[in-house]
Design a protein around this ligand. Structure first.
Ligand code: NOJ
Length: 734
């Protein structure tokens, strides 16, 4: 590879090298930002683009690749990228939903299927995984994340990289992955997208950086910068981050691409004109400029005035060419462009089957009073709510290539599963939102919110009349697809008021009430927790939503999902997460004791904590048992066993979680931190052991320089079914 690229770059002009650093979107039919590049084919012919993104389909991509390979002087093929986030055309549940499976094999499989479909559709590069830690559910992009925990986030990042890249990009049906958004984009102040991020280095290393590092260690070939600044320097020009940490500390040798016009936006951040910003970005370690063409139009001048060097351009160009080489594009620039592939590689039966399983496993059962679920396949069921027979919203955010008409609605999923044994009555009951201005903003990517013009009370009355004829009421409520995702922050993360009113009315009719929720973020559900008899969080499940949800509702699949982001009681608790750093004045049991860290009006605890999720069966946990409680040295290995017994009425999967606390340390540490987990099938009446092995490395913490430090002494190990309900054992490790 080195010799090949040496020979190639030896014959390149400076302009051609800079051309490789330019990533453009022809913007034919997808638009993931405000700006698009005009005259893309001509730009490519002139050797002024290293890649394109935002389009898919071999027929659509072919003219651009031909322009590069047949008509540009050096015939260098293009990288062809797209935001393939949770599946390409077979849409899987949202990343936040998939994380709730805690099933790394399944997550890897979804990425593998996404890669197969992406390759069949002409793509060699996917802008995924997004591994930003998100502890603020007001931030709409929490939907794209794996939630609040750095350890779990890192495990998921690895699984996705393996799924996309398959260990070797030269293998067929693999795509270059792109970990994003470096760094800490999920910590936007006040949960407002693109807002500033400010945090200490300790928190950055301990909480926000580990998933990116895990992706790099798993061999991720590219990384995308974030829109936000860090310590006052926008991420795309942050030398400390892109060179000091990413390349020098973590050894990353892949390519770094800016986010969409992020370099241009540094001007709005207040860092000066495009020439200055582009020079700073390149010098910081950003190799490729997405859409903004700042590199293309200014780097020659910056080279002349000495603010950048030829070595910087050479290094960036080499990394882009290396990615193309690894993908096999120099051997065959058309290897991703098989016109026949889409017809037999996309939306196949096996992909749909995997998607259906993923929907069921992503669902989190939040409440199930008196085992109202699973439902019997008999009687009359009232299916109420704006999402009960909806398909347009099911793909969820960031599903660019999705065709909603391929999606299975909850109504159709139930009908198919239950057949004629259940009578299904249906009424909309409420709009997703009543405000036409909000609906207009939510419909930017096509109409997903269709407002029924009838007065709200008329719709509620119709729903009540329907509910009265049924044995059980299933209310399918939640957000519209575009209420979460990019630029979709919400200050109030409750159900829209019109849906709350509907639920209150349904409660009054006295029938057993099951709430099936769809959303791309944790919601505030304190009222609904009291109102509904059962609550099933289904997120946005993608193509097979309705089938997977029906599987859960009727017990064909047993719920096993566990939350990966805490659900607050109230937005006032945000940021909300279990691994809080310890305060000097923790709350006590005595509410009259003043001078304690707590609210006067709400509890400190979340409504549903990280790791929480019910099953149709019950699991009882024995206390954890360690093979030794006094350990010495860095080579020692501790084995911890937890016996879990299925005491309920059916087989079920249980994710056993292991957390640690470091009670005495030279710095403050979180109250609990996830260190390991195991998802076990425990059959009815069976007892199984979750067995964890821990080394001293697992007990290290990352300090403010990002170095892992071991401090011997006491450690408390907690095991249990969620971050709140755990049993403990103390060990000493010196
Ligand atoms: C902006 C988003 O922040 C990023 O995640 C995405 O990959 C790019 N747009 C390209 O569409």
């Amino acid at each position: 590879m080195r010799d090949f690229i040496d020979r190639l770059t030896g014959g390149m002009t400076t302009e051609e090298k800079i051309g490789q650093l330019n990533l453009i979107t022809p913007g034919d039919f997808t638009n993931t930002g405000a700006v698009i590049n005009k005259n893309a084919e001509e730009t490519i012919r002139r050797g002024n683009a290293g890649g394109i993104f935002g389009i898919y389909g071999p027929d659509n991509i072919l003219p651009y690749q031909k322009a590069a390979v047949k008509e540009s002087r050096l015939k260098i093929p293009l990288l062809c990228g797209l935001d393939v986030i949770h599946g390409h055309k077979t849409i899987f549940p949202l990343p936040l939903a998939l994380s709730c499976t805690w099933n790394m094999e399944m997550i890897e499989e979804t990425a593998r299927i996404a890669a197969v479909e992406a390759v069949a559709d002409g793509l060699s590069w996917v802008f995924s995984p997004m591994v930003d830690i998100a502890r603020d559910p007001r931030w709409g992009r929490i939907a794209e994340s794996a939630g609040e925990d750095p350890y779990l986030g890192g495990e998921i990042a690895k699984a996705m990289i393996h799924g996309y890249q398959g260990g070797d990009l030269a293998r067929p049906e693999t795509v270059l992955a792109c970990v994003k958004h470096l760094a800490a984009y999920g910590a936007a102040e006040a949960g407002r997208d693109y807002n500033t991020v400010d945090m200490g280095r300790l928190r950055l290393f301990e909480t926000y950086l580990p998933p990116y590092q895990a992706a790099i260690e798993a061999g991720c070939g590219s990384a995308m910068t974030a829109f936000n600044d860090l310590d006052g320097i926008p991420a795309s020009a942050n030398h400390w981050l892109l060179t000091g940490v990413l390349r020098e500390k973590w050894g990353f040798d892949g390519l770094v691409v800016s986010d969409y016009t992020a370099i241009n936006e540094m001007t709005a951040h207040g860092l000066g004109d495009l020439q200055n910003c582009s020079a700073r970005a390149l010098a910081a370690g950003c190799d490729m400029d997405m859409v903004g063409e700042g590199f293309l139009t200014t780097l020659q001048n910056s080279l002349k005035n000495g603010s950048i060097t030829m070595e910087m351009i050479d290094a960036a160009c080499r990394r882009i060419l290396e990615a193309k080489y690894k993908l096999g594009l120099f051997d065959d620039p058309y290897r991703y462009l098989d016109a026949d592939a889409p017809s037999h590689k996309i939306l196949t039966g096996s992909h749909r089957k995997a998607a259906r399983k993923a929907v069921a496993e992503s669902c989190v059962l939040l409440k199930n009073a008196e085992n109202i679920l699973p439902l019997q396949k008999s009687g009359t069921l009232a299916l109420i709510g704006p999402l009960a027979d909806d398909r347009r919203n099911l793909p969820g955010t960031w599903s660019i290539a999705a065709d909603w008409q391929e999606c299975v609605s909850v109504h159709d999923g139930i009908k198919k599963l239950a057949g004629d044994s259940v009578d299904i009555l249906h009424a909309k009951g409420a709009n997703i939102v009543d405000d036409p201005h909000l609906a207009e903003r939510l419909n930017v990517f096509g109409e997903t919110v269709v407002i029924d013009p009838r007065p709200p009370q008329e719709m509620i009355d119709e729903a009540l009349a329907t509910a009265k004829q049924a044995d059980i009421v299933i209310a399918v409520l939640g957000e519209a697809k575009e209420m979460s995702g990019e630029a979709a922050s919400r200050a109030d993360i409750g159900l829209p008021e019109c849906q709350k009113k509907l639920l209150r009315a349904l409660k009054r009719c006295g029938k057993p009430l099951v709430l099936v929720l769809m959303s791309g973020r944790p919601l505030t559900l304190a009222e609904e927790h009291e109102t509904a008899d059962a609550i099933l969080m289904t997120w946005f499940g993608g193509t097979e939503s309705g089938s997977g949800i029906a599987d859960i509702l009727f017990g064909a699949e047993i719920p096993s999902g566990k939350l990966t982001a805490s659900f607050p009681v109230h937005v006032g608790q945000i940021p909300v997460y279990y691994a809080q750093r310890r305060t000097g004045r923790p709350p006590t049991g005595d509410p009259l004791e003043k001078f304690r860290s707590r609210y006067l009006d709400i509890p400190n605890d979340s409504l549903y904590p990280f790791g929480y999720g019910l099953s149709y069966t019950e699991f009882s946990y024995a206390p954890p048992v360690a093979d030794q409680t006094e350990l010495n040295g860095r080579d020692a290995v501790l084995t911890l066993r937890v016996a879990v017994t299925n005491t309920g009425d059916c087989d079920g999967y249980e994710t056993v979680q292991l957390y640690i606390t470091d009670p005495v340390c030279s710095i403050t540490r979180p109250v609990k931190e996830l260190k390991a987990f195991q998802k076990l099938l425990v059959k009815k009446d069976e007892t199984r052991d979750a067995v964890f092995t821990l080394t001293a490395d697992d007990l290290k913490y990352l300090n403010a320089d990002g170095d892992a430090v071991f401090e011997g002494g006491e450690f408390i190990l907690h095991t249990g079914s969620n971050s709140r309900d755990t049993q403990r054992i103390s060990i000493t490790w010196r």
